[in-house]
Design a protein around this ligand. Structure first.
Ligand SMILES: NC(=O)c1ccc[n+]([C@@H]2O[C@H](COP(=O)([O-])OP(=O)(O)OC[C@H]3O[C@@H](n4cnc5c(N)ncnc54)[C@H](O)[C@@H]3O)[C@@H](O)[C@H]2O)c1
Length: 451
């Protein structure tokens, strides 16, 4: 590849784009680049995913098979496990997982392994962008030194004097803001924040993303871009914790928190509604804030809002189980031996994603207290063994008035749109509703316990 490649090269319409990690983030991103006319190669370590993609098949509910098929057929998208092919692409975008480890500390092994897979094939003039959510400093402190093992350099620089600082390759961070299941804002509609390790890298990344999103927002460094993503997720985490705490107080005071939120949300400025629930779920909000807490310790700094929000949100599944116990007690029953049906294992409504779902914790706590559990979720016909839970032999039970009526209690953990809540309440003996999903149900409200 030419060593004198300019950032403006990435404005081109027929670039070769490599996406590393074809999951919830990488796959839609790859398809969007394909849609814009680029030649996309998806790199993944999972050979099953790679063969499915090359056969035009989807393994993510909301990503249409037809779309994958279309770009595979037109040769705008293909997938591979062979990282040597990285040498042929113009831009490399990293979308691998960034979870927490057993001690709830950042597990950057996926990013590190990806760096190790890239550097033997890194070419002059290539652009590398990290999209995985992480703490400020990851791109420059962790990824850059691995990439520079190639012998190629990308100097960290900023300010007017560095506008045209020379380097062998370009490096940037641009956080993914995907909201799975959101029909209003897809990838193309969501502005993209971009920060380069130096100004030419920033300009190269801006040029690459500009044709595929509504707006690109350049910031002065990779750190600012990394921190922007964490601010967004910490904002959600803290506000959800606050409203969860206010819900628990409101329940004691006999005030309907959902009515209160709807009323407050009529204020046209200075307020944004957040809704209480059974606890935090999903790959991002319960995980990402702790990346910053961990990094803050290096600076002798305690991120108290994050810790407090974590404490409140972690307590929510326990609160739900106490509410189930109290409701059963009021009906002269104990959790032990009661037959309980859980509705919804996905972490939020209408998605096929159960990562960090609070339902899994609620199920574990109910089982530990002796409940006989079943579940229903249209997105999960059966469950499997996970890192912290083993629901290997559980299958989603069919929902009909007979089955529902056979349980001592039904817990609405996830408010999927496909559920007929009026009919569920009609047939059930008791409904514990963690999401106010039954707000429009008028019959048999005496059976409903909001928690
Ligand atoms: N899911 C979301 O809604 C969302 C939203 C914003 C940001 N993010 C962030 O994006 C990143 C990716 O998340 P995701 O939800 O797409 O994860 P995912 O688990 O759905 O996908 C990751 C993919 O990477 C592959 N992979 C793992 N190690 C690899 C390696 N060394 N080389 C190549 N492929 C590898 C896996 O097989 C998998 O297909 C994370 O940092 C996450 O925090 C996710």
């Amino acid at each position: 590849m030419p060593s004198d490649r300019k950032p403006e090269f990435f404005k081109g319409t027929q670039l070769k784009v490599g996406i590393i990690g074809c999951g919830y983030v990488g796959l839609p991103l790859g398809l969007r680049f394909a849609e814009a006319g680029h030649k996309v190669t998806g790199f993944d370590t999972d050979p099953k995913k790679v063969s499915m993609l090359n056969a035009g098949k989807s393994y993510i509910e909301h990503i249409q098979q037809a779309k994958i098929q279309q770009y595979v057929n037109s040769k705008h998208f293909r997938a591979t496990t062979d990282f040597a092919e990285l040498k042929d692409v113009d831009a490399i975008i990293i979308c691998v997982p960034t979870p927490l480890d057993e001690r709830r500390e950042p597990d950057l092994s996926y990013v590190e392994n990806t760096g190790e897979s890239i550097y033997p094939h890194l070419q002059k003039g290539q652009l590398v962008v990290l999209e995985s959510t992480t703490y400020p400093g990851t791109t420059e402190e962790l990824l850059l030194p691995i990439l520079e093992k190639s012998g190629l350099k990308c100097p960290i620089a900023s300010g007017p004097d560095a506008e045209n600082v020379p380097g062998d390759f370009f490096l940037a961070f641009s956080p993914e803001r995907e909201d799975p299941g959101n029909k209003q804002y897809g990838l193309a509609q969501i502005p993209k924040v971009v920060g380069g390790a130096n100004p030419p890298s920033g300009r190269a990344a801006v040029a690459l993303y500009t044709p595929i999103v509504a707006k690109v927002v350049p910031v002065s460094s990779t750190r600012a871009a990394e921190m922007a993503k964490l601010l967004e997720n910490i904002f959600r985490c803290v506000n959800i914790a606050m409203v969860n705490e206010l819900k628990m107080l409101s329940l004691r005071m006999g005030v309907d928190i959902w009515e209160v939120i709807d009323a407050a949300a009529t204020k046209p400025f200075g307020f944004m509604p957040f809704y209480p629930g059974p606890g935090l779920g999903g790959h991002c909000i319960p995980v990402d804030p702790f990346y910053l807490s961990w990094k803050a310790r290096e600076y002798d700094f305690a991120t108290r809002f994050i810790e407090l929000a974590g404490e409140v949100n972690t307590a929510m599944p326990y609160h739900v189980v106490e509410a189930v116990a109290t409701a059963l007690n009021d009906r002269k029953k104990a959790i032990k031996g009661s037959k309980i049906l859980i509705l919804g294992v996905a972490y939020k409504k209408d998605v096929d994603d159960l990562r960090e779902s609070p339902t899994l914790k609620i199920m574990q706590l109910l089982q530990q207290r002796g409940a006989e559990l079943d579940y229903n979720d249209p997105y999960f016909p059966q469950l499997h063994k996970m890192r912290h839970y083993n629901y290997e032999n559980m299958k989603s039970v069919p929902l009909n008035p007979q089955t529902i009526g056979g349980y001592d209690g039904v817990v609405i953990a996830t408010d999927h749109s496909s559920y007929d809540y009026a009919s569920i309440v009609d047939s059930a003996k008791l409904v514990v509703d963690t999401r106010n999903a039954t707000r429009r149900v008028v019959r048999h409200r005496d059976k409903i316990v909001l928690c």
